[in-house]
Design a protein around this ligand. Structure first.
Ligand code: ADP
Ligand code: MG
Ligand code: ZN
Length: 414
């Protein structure tokens, strides 16, 4: 049997495993179930790709990222791995070709959109093929209170019922205990071993500044610290995405707009440009970014307040995946708080939903208003203890006596 290390070297061209990769891979190769919590960019994919190559049969990867499946398959094929995907973007003929390859045992990895599994013919197809493992990527999509909930993920509990002997690995970069518990329960992963990495991203400098003139502040950041760099600017609304992108372009910055209201072809084209060209600034709603593997994103800027610390952590985590210095910059204004509270009040959700949304917002506010190290606060939210980092705004320039909390209380009580 080929060893995981030789697959890492010969197929992927790397010389050593990172973090817990080797332990996770050994556990899976031995037939165990695993829940893997690792920050973005840490290398979750190899944790299921290598066991799929070492074990016999095809490794089935469930992923919500339909737009990225082609890229993922191309990248695997380029290193000689036999990979394919099944999703709704394919023609009947393409699908039939992939299905034949599965049955003939000609695939190492098969990427599936979650809704494919509810199609009876797909389940029947998997019954006819030897299976190496199931990998459930972006597993936090099963969490109903999370920011990326996908109803189709709920049906993934059937994997265990229908194929009890096939090892499963669920992977996510979302770190809260509540989400772990929900993934474990909904995916029936009670017997799984948990692998939890440090969530610190020392390469990222966290900075949260008072919002005064956001456009001017953003331009200043790009001009002085990130000229020519690739980055992502997050805005709350589609309108402000388009406005901001146009404004940046008028200042000679190659900015693209991305939000769910744009035609699919335009979104695919923008994403491809962002990945392949240098120095593109993507201005986007949170619809953009999950699963994007671009190593040299040098900054993530938030012009509006994220709804939760989880969201903030995921979004900022897209910066500096190459391990080089990167900036996470957020402009925070009291007006945002008022607006977010209104959005929650007016939402369709029931009382429990509103309570949760409010608690998430409060945690985000606590991060904005802390005068302690941002990183300590951020990691503390995920249950990880740390000491002052020396590389965030509050460490670098300790706040003076101005107290945002007092200002916030004044504004909110009027
Ligand atoms: P994640 O899914 O955790 O966000 P990926 O699996 O996309 O991360 O991996 C991020 C990058 O790190 C990829 O470009 C991958 O090839 C690289 N990588 C992963 N493991 C290793 C390793 N052991 N040595 C070198 N590079 C690695
Ligand atoms: Mg990934
Ligand atoms: Zn700090």
């Amino acid at each position: 049997m080929t060893s995981p290390l030789s697959v890492l070297e010969k197929t992927f061209g790397y010389d050593s495993f990172r973090g817990q990769q080797d332990e996770i891979i050994d556990h899976l190769v031995g037939g165990g179930d695993a829940l893997v919590l690792m920050p973005t960019g840490a290398g979750k994919s190899l944790c299921y790709q290598i066991p799929a190559l070492v074990r016999s049969g095809v490794g089935v990867v469930i992923s919500p990222l339909i737009a990225l499946m082609q890229d993922q398959v191309d990248a695997l094929e380029a290193v000689g791995v036999r990979a394919a995907f099944l999703n709704s973007t394919q023609s009947q003929a393409e699908r039939a070709r992939v299905e034949q390859a599965v049955v003939a045992g000609e695939l190492d990895l098969l990427y599936l959109a979650p809704e494919r599994l509810s199609v009876a013919s797909t389940a029947a197809l998997l019954d006819r093929a030897p299976l190496a493992l199931f990998a459930i990527d972006e597993a936090h999509c099963v969490a109903q209170w999370g920011h990326d909930f996908r109803p189709d993920y709920l049906s993934l509990s059937m994997l265990h019922e229908r194929w009890p002997d096939v090892p499963r690995i669920a992977l996510t970069a979302t770190a809260t205990r509540a989400t772990h518990a929900e993934i474990t329960q909904r995916l029936r992963l009670d017997g799984a071993r948990h692998f939890v990495s440090s969530f610190d991203r020392p390469d990222i400098q966290y900075r949260i500044v008072p919002k005064t003139q956001p456009m001017t502040q953003l331009l200043e950041l790009l001009r002085t610290e990130h000229p020519g760099d690739a980055g992502i600017v997050y805005c709350l609304s589609r309108a402000s995405v388009e406005r901001t992108a146009a404004e940046l372009r008028s200042h000679g910055i190659p900015a693209l707009a991305y939000h769910a209201g744009l035609p699919a072809e335009e979104r695919v084209a923008s994403q491809a440009r962002f990945l392949r060209e240098d120095g593109i600034v993507m201005v986007a709603t949170i619809a953009f970014g999950m699963g994007i593997d671009k190593p040299d994103v040098r900054f993530v800027a938030h012009l509006d307040l994220p709804k939760s610390v989880e969201g903030y952590y995921q979004e900022t985590g897209r910066a500096g995946r190459d391990g080089l210095p990167a900036t996470a910059w957020l402009a925070y204004g009291l007006q945002d708080v008022v607006q977010q509270r209104q959005l929650i009040d007016r939402s369709e959700g029931d009382a429990a939903f509103k309570r949760r949304a409010s608690a998430h917002l409060d945690a985000m506010l606590a991060l904005c208003e802390t005068i302690e190290c941002r990183r300590v606060q951020l990691l503390g939210y995920f249950g990880q203890e740390s000491t002052a980092c020396g590389n965030c705004d509050t460490c670098l320039t300790p706040p003076e006596s101005w107290d945002g909390t007092v200002a916030a209380q004044k504004l909110l009580s009027t």
